[in-house]
Design a protein around this ligand. Structure first.
Ligand code: UD1
Length: 420
C-alpha cells in the first residue's frame, strides 16, 4: 500500500488549478439516472469516489463513457435494468445512497444497503427516508437492507427537514423532479452543490426554484431529457490549498474558484493574518501567508457557515499558531479523529465533546500518522509541510477519494512530498 512522505518544506509558491467539485459530481452523476437521453458532464474530477458512483450506475444498466484526459463523462440511462445497488459498492461510499431518489422516481422501486464512507459519526439517513415517505413511498427497512416503493408513482407534498442535510435535500429534490404535483422542501440545505444540482436538473427539463435558499419548490414533470453541464469548482480542494499557503507562509494563486463559495475560509484566513487578493476577472485568489498564523477560532455550520469539510485543515493551521484557538464541530458528532494523529506530531490539542482547544506551538515534528478520513488526511499532509523531519501518512486511500493528484499539485508548488 502506497504512503505519502512529506518533508518540512519552504513556503508554497506558484499557481494551482482547482478541479471540479467531488460533492457536486456525485449527485449530478446520480441525477443522470432520471433522464431518458444522454447527459454530458464536464470538469469531472478523477477521484476514487467518482469511480464508485459510475460503477453503481453501470450496475443499474447505465452506459458510461468516461474520458479522464478531457474530464468528460457521458451517461446514457435510457435502459435501466436494476433498482438494487450492490452491497460492495454501497459499502465503499455512503454517497451511493444518492441513487435512491432517482431510482424511486424513475422505476417506482429502489433497494439498497446501509451505506459506508467516512467514519465520522452516525450519519443516519432518516431525513432522506422521511422525504420519500412524504412523497408517498412505502419504506421497508430491516437490519441491512432498505427499500422504498411507490408503484403508483410519487406525489408532491411538503417536506420539512429537521436539519438542513445536504444529501437528503438532494435525494428528495431528485425524487420530486418526476413526482406528480408540487413538492416544497423546507429547511433545505443551501450549499452551492445543491444549486449546481438544481441547475443541472432544470437543464434536463425539471422545474425547480429556490435552490440556494431554505425553501425549494419542485414542480414535477413527466420526463427529463439530455443536458450538458460543467461542474462547479471544488470549494474544499480550494480551501485546502489556501490553508497550505497559509501554513507555510507561502504565496499561491488558487485558480478556478468561485469566490462567493469560500467566503468563510477567506474571512477566517484573513483573521489568521493572511493577505488574500481576489482576482475576480480570473476566477482566482492569491493567498499570502503570514510569518506565523494568529490563533483564530472556528465553528462549523451548514452553508454559508464555516464548512465542516475544511475543519481538520484549519486545525492543522492552528497547531502552529501564536495563541489559543477553539475549534467547534457542530455538523458531525465525531469528526475529531485527526486530533490523535496531529498530537503524534507534537500538536497540543484537548477535546471536550464537540470542542477542541488548540494551543499553538512554534513547530511540529514528523511522525508516522494515519489518514483517518478524507479531510483528516489532507490536514496531516499540510501539517507535514511544517513539521521538522519526515511525516509518513498511511491509509491514503481516503485522500484519493476526494483529491485528484494532491501530491503532484503540492510538488508543483515546491513542497517536498512524494508518494510510493
Ligand atoms: C455532504 C458532503 C460531505 C459534507 C456534508 C456536510 C457529499 C457527497 N458529502 O455529506 O462532504 O461533510 O455534506 O456539509 O456531498 N443527518 C441526519 N439524518 C439524515 C441525514 C443527515 O441526521 O438523514 C445528519 C448527519 O448525521 C450529520 C448532518 O446531518 O450530522 C449533516 O449531514 P449531511 O448534510 O446529510 O451530509 P452528507 O450529505 O452525508
Amino acid at each position: 500500500m502506497a504512503k505519502i512522505y512529506v518533508q518540512k518544506s519552504g513556503p508554497l509558491e506558484g499557481h494551482v488549478k482547482i478541479d471540479g467539485a467531488k460533492n457536486a459530481a456525485l449527485p449530478l452523476i446520480a441525477a443522470s439516472l432520471l433522464g431518458t437521453e444522454v447527459v454530458v458532464l464536464e470538469d469531472v474530477p478523477d477521484l476514487a469516489d467518482v469511480e464508485v458512483i459510475l460503477e453503481v450506475l453501470e450496475s443499474l444498466g447505465s452506459k458510461v463513457d468516461y474520458n479522464r484526459e478531457e474530464k468528460l463523462v457521458k451517461i446514457d440511462s435510457r435502459n435501466l435494468v436494476s433498482y438494487n445497488t450492490p452491497y460492495e459498492l454501497m459499502s465503499k461510499m455512503r454517497a451511493s445512497f444518492l441513487v435512491m431518489g432517482p431510482l424511486l422516481a424513475r422505476l417506482g422501486h429502489t433497494e439498497t444497503h446501509m451505506p459506508g464512507g467516512c467514519a465520522i459519526g452516525k450519519r443516519p439517513i432518516d431525513l432522506h427516508l422521511k422525504g420519500f415517505r412524504a412523497l408517498g413511498a412505502e419504506i421497508v427497512e430491516n437490519t441491512s437492507v432498505i427499500g422504498a416503493r411507490a408503484p403508483e408513482g410519487l406525489k408532491g407534498d411538503l417536506v420539512y427537514l429537521d436539519f438542513p442535510s445536504v444529501g437528503a435535500t438532494q435525494n428528495i429534490m431528485m425524487a420530486a423532479a418526476l413526482a406528480q404535483g408540487e413538492t416544497l422542501i423546507e429547511n433545505a440545505a443551501k450549499e452551492p452543490e445543491i444549486v449546481d444540482l438544481a441547475n443541472f436538473l432544470n437543464k434536463m427539463g425539471a422545474d425547480i426554484r429556490g435552490a440556494g435558499t431554505s425553501s425549494i419548490r419542485i414542480k414535477g414533470v413527466e420526463k427529463l431529457h439530455g443536458a450538458t453541464h460543467q461542474i462547479i469548482p471544488d470549494r474544499v480542494e480550494a480551501s485546502t490549498f489556501m490553508i497550505g499557503a497559509a501554513i507555510t507562509g507561502g504565496d499561491v494563486i488558487v485558480d478556478n474558484v468561485i469566490t462567493s463559495h469560500i467566503r468563510p475560509i477567506i474571512a477566517k484566513l484573513k483573521e489568521a493574518g493572511c493577505k488574500i487578493i481576489e482576482m475576480e476577472d480570473m476566477d482566482a485568489l492569491r493567498v499570502i501567508g503570514p510569518k506565523r498564523p494568529r490563533a483564530t477560532s472556528i465553528r462549523t455550520l451548514p452553508y454559508p457557515g464555516y464548512p465542516t469539510d475544511a475543519q481538520a485543515q484549519f486545525m492543522a493551521l492552528m497547531t502552529i499558531s501564536d495563541g489559543n484557538a477553539t475549534i467547534e464541530e457542530t455538523v458531525f458528532e465525531n469528526r475529531f479523529m485527526h486530533v490523535d494523529e496531529l498530537s503524534k506530531m507534537g500538536a497540543l490539542i484537548a477535546t471536550d465533546g464537540n470542542e477542541a482547544k488548540v494551543r499553538g506551538i512554534p513547530t511540529l515534528h514528523g511522525a508516522n500518522v494515519k489518514a483517518t478520513d478524507l479531510r483528516a488526511g489532507a490536514a496531516l499532509v499540510l501539517a507535514g509541510l511544517v513539521a521538522e523531519g519526515e511525516t509518513v501518512v498511511d491509509d491514503i486511500y481516503h485522500i484519493d477519494r476526494g483529491y485528484a493528484d494532491l501530491v503532484g499539485k503540492l510538488q508543483a508548488l515546491g513542497a517536498k512530498i512524494d508518494r510510493r
